[in-house]
Design a binder for this molecule. Structure first.
Ligand code: HEM
Length: 174
């Protein structure tokens, strides 16, 4: 499957075009500046993962289980470093994970389908609404929502087309 076909699939599921999703990367001033640099992103990742790790309702068990091989601290650290690097800050993710981001590959061992993408984005939107800086900046809120929405569905689309030998654990994609 070509990159264009993957982008089309991500668009079909998210309703966000690739171009729209990229707006967050090019906002002026950058999202890194607007959010309050490292501290602002650390708050976002903490709000996001606090929601996920403390939601023990039976209807969310399947989603929490996806994160069972990580601690909350590790998950916050990884995501926070990635966001700082992606939205205009220093290359904190590269420092610990190397040059390549490979978001699709890095999610390949987790059982993630469309339902998980929808749930992930829903939790991220709630975390952004709880974030004191993001919720006051409509342009940043919209750009980040589009970015997350598209990227979550791109990850799912990309994983469906990975060769079986690239995926270490077999799981049901439904
Ligand atoms: C589609 C729904 C998604 C699910 C269910 C999901 C789930 C996960 C899980 C279980 C991990 C491992 C936690 C850890 O130890 O770091 C992870 C890591 C990560 N996720 Fe996601 N994720 C999703 C979407 C996204 C999106 C949209 C982004 C981009 C903003 C993202 C960025 C990351 C990053 C940067 C890591 C750390 C990877 C590493 O370096 O090991 N994820 N995700």
């Amino acid at each position: 499957m070509s990159k264009q076909e993957l982008q089309k699939k991500a668009y079909d599921h998210s309703g966000v075009t690739y171009e729209q999703s990229q707006k967050a990367l090019n906002l002026q001033p950058s999202i890194y500046e607007r959010i309050g640099k490292e501290e602002g992103f650390r708050q976002l990742s903490t709000l996001f993962y606090n929601r996920i790790f403390t939601d023990k309702s039976p209807s969310s068990t399947w989603f929490l289980n996806i994160f069972s091989s990580s601690t909350r601290g590790e998950a916050i650290e990884n995501q926070y470093r990635f966001l700082v690097q992606t939205f205009g800050g220093p290359k904190l993710y590269q420092e610990i994970k190397g040059k390549y981001t490979r978001l699709v590959g890095r999610h390949a061992n987790y059982p993630i389908g469309n339902r998980a993408a929808i749930q992930w984005v829903e939790q991220m939107i709630k975390a952004m609404e709880d974030h004191e800086v993001i919720r006051e900046d409509e342009e940043m809120m919209q750009a980040l929502t589009d970015y997350f929405q598209y990227t979550a569905h791109y990850i799912v689309a990309g994983m469906e087309y990975m060769r079986p030998d690239q995926v270490r654990i077999l799981w049901n994609m439904s």
